[in-house]
Write a protein that binds this ligand. Structure first.
Ligand SMILES: O=C(O)c1[nH]c(=O)[nH]c(=O)c1Cl
Length: 312
């Protein structure tokens, strides 16, 4: 069974990889994801121009019912130059996604100029959806700002670039964001980022479970699967076929990977469950997915992608 995908000139021998933010802040973590036999690529922690310690801990929590996670990390990362050095020196046949999340349009433009001028041969993910920097709204929820930055970026940026989007919850918002994205030669769209600003309570202490922002943080895991599938499906249905889809959100089993494929995903990312289970999650997910595909008689993922049925 060939579990493969393509984005422009990049070929993926496996369709699974980490979600930005999970197991990807240090070179050790990035190497771990790349070294797995069951990943097709790796994505870096979203980089800012300078090193950031992020928000005060506790800033990440796994719900004890296993249904999800909440985080308000606050964009902790080793800084843009660290990841540039990593991609410059890393010997790997697997594609690397370089994620950036500047705290302003100017910061993003500056990092993209450096990436354009560098030897970096990989894909770039412009994160428009970090929900956890106090005082910074998610660009992805500001449609004018999103169109403006993409207009400025594509005036000079010629390498494969995609955007990481927040979840949308309104059909008209799916229409509006897709209409904007279709104006640009995007290589891919990655949907969804965590559902921003959820709240989780510790039932023993009647206290929030993370310190930053009075306990408000991005929600991931099983809790977000239905929203993730809806965003993958809605954007696949609306975006030009030249724009590939990375499906992220709610993946804990092979069936969840399969469901993302049915909705139109080309690649599938694992965040919360990777943080919870560790690197072996990829082998389990691929084995579970293969069992489903075999049982249903599929021998190619392209026979599955986008084949979700609606009721007549
Ligand atoms: O707090 C974070 O670092 C963070 N956390 C998320 O859930 N999504 C993001 O894009 C980022 Cl940048």
């Amino acid at each position: 069974m060939q579990l493969t995908a393509n984005i422009q000139n990049y070929h993926f021998n496996h369709i699974l990889l980490n979600a930005a933010g999970v197991m990807c802040q240090t070179s050790m973590e990035l190497d771990t994801v790349l070294a797995s036999e069951y990943t097709g690529a790796v994505v870096t922690k979203s980089a800012t121009p300078l090193v950031r310690p992020g928000n005060p801990a506790p800033r990440y929590y796994e719900l004890n019912n296993g249904l999800g996670t909440i985080n308000s990390m606050g964009l902790p990362n080793e800084g843009f130059d660290y990841y540039m050095d990593y991609v410059d020196t890393k010997e790997t046949y697997k594609p690397i996604f370089f994620s950036i999340a500047g705290l302003s349009k100017q910061e993003n433009i500056a990092m993209l100029h450096q990436l354009q001028d560098a030897d970096f041969d990989g894909l770039i993910e412009l994160n428009l959806s970090c929900p956890n920097v106090p005082g910074k709204p998610q660009t992805g929820y500001d449609f004018e700002a999103t169109e403006q930055i993409l207009t400025e970026v594509f005036a000079f940026f010629k390498k494969p670039l995609g955007v990481k989007l927040p979840p949308y919850f309104d059909i008209v918002h799916f229409d509006d964001i897709a209409a904007i994205l279709n104006k640009f030669p995007l290589a891919f769209v990655n949907t969804i980022n965590s559902i921003g600003n959820g709240l989780v309570i510790d039932q023993d202490t009647d206290t929030v479970v993370i310190k930053p922002k009075a306990g408000f943080g991005g929600i991931g895991g099983t809790l977000v699967k239905a929203t993730a599938l809806a965003n993958v499906r809605a954007l696949r249905d609306r975006l030009n076929t030249t724009i590939k889809i990375i499906g992220t959100g709610g993946v804990t089993t092979g069936r969840d990977v399969y469901d993302h494929l049915l909705c139109g995903a080309d690649l599938v990312e694992v965040g919360s469950q990777l943080a919870i289970e560790g690197i072996t999650v990829f082998e389990r997910l691929e084995k579970e997915l293969t069992e489903i595909l075999t049982e249903k008689g599929y021998d190619s993922l392209d026979d599955v992608r986008g084949q979700l049925k609606i009721m007549s």
